[in-house]
Design a binder for this molecule. Structure first.
Ligand SMILES: [Fe+2]
Length: 191
């Protein structure tokens, strides 16, 4: 029998969720990104500063990370919870990232809310897929991805990806995405 030296033999386990609230119980890590963490990401920086000042730097999105080792063969999963709102008229969004190991994909199963998964390649191709309850988006390897909340309630997704994928936030912070999403006169606008 072949053994893989870099994939640990760990104990099977189970975990509790509250899927309507978008909460993973006992996560390894719960990351809260606040409005102030989003400086530089929105077109209207003044509107973001006004939001930070008016609402005491509110949580913008949260991710719940599982405790699976980041080794080939393991499967990681997370919960992403993005609050609703706009900065100026631009919809709340996550920072977005490439995977550090580019040749790894990801599955996003939307549990609640309305939004878009915005994706791009390093060569500038882009795609946007609607996210809503009961809808899954497949993010292929090589595509950076960001979720965008176009609705009035939290946008909650359950995500699954190869454990070795890692996150690369730096490149997308520099490049940005080629399209942004706004709500104008009650309508979603991608431009
Ligand atoms: Fe990802």
């Amino acid at each position: 029998m072949q053994t893989n030296k870099i994939t640990s033999l760990i104990q099977p386990f189970a975990q509790q969720f509250d899927l309507s609230e978008g909460v993973m119980c006992d996560p390894r890590e719960r990351i809260v990104r606040r409005a102030s963490d989003m400086r530089g990401y929105y077109v209207d920086g003044d509107a973001l500063e006004a939001l930070i000042a008016a609402r005491q730097d509110p949580p913008h999105y949260e991710t719940f990370e599982c405790a699976v080792p980041e080794e080939p063969g393991q499967v990681k999963y997370c919960i992403s919870k993005l609050y609703p709102g706009t900065v100026g008229d631009e919809c709340f969004m996550t920072k977005g990232h490439y995977h550090a190991v580019l040749a790894t994909g990801e599955v996003y199963l939307c549990l609640r809310g309305q939004g878009l998964m915005m994706m791009k390649t390093a060569a500038g191709r882009w795609a946007a897929e609607p996210l809503s309850r009961n809808r899954m988006v497949y993010v292929p390897p090589h595509w950076a991805h960001r979720s965008i909340n176009t609705g009035n309630e939290p946008l909650i997704s359950f995500c699954v990806y190869p454990a070795e994928a890692g996150h690369n936030y730096g490149d997308i912070a520099t490049e940005g995405f080629p399209r942004r999403v706004f709500i104008r006169q009650g309508k979603e606008v991608i431009e």
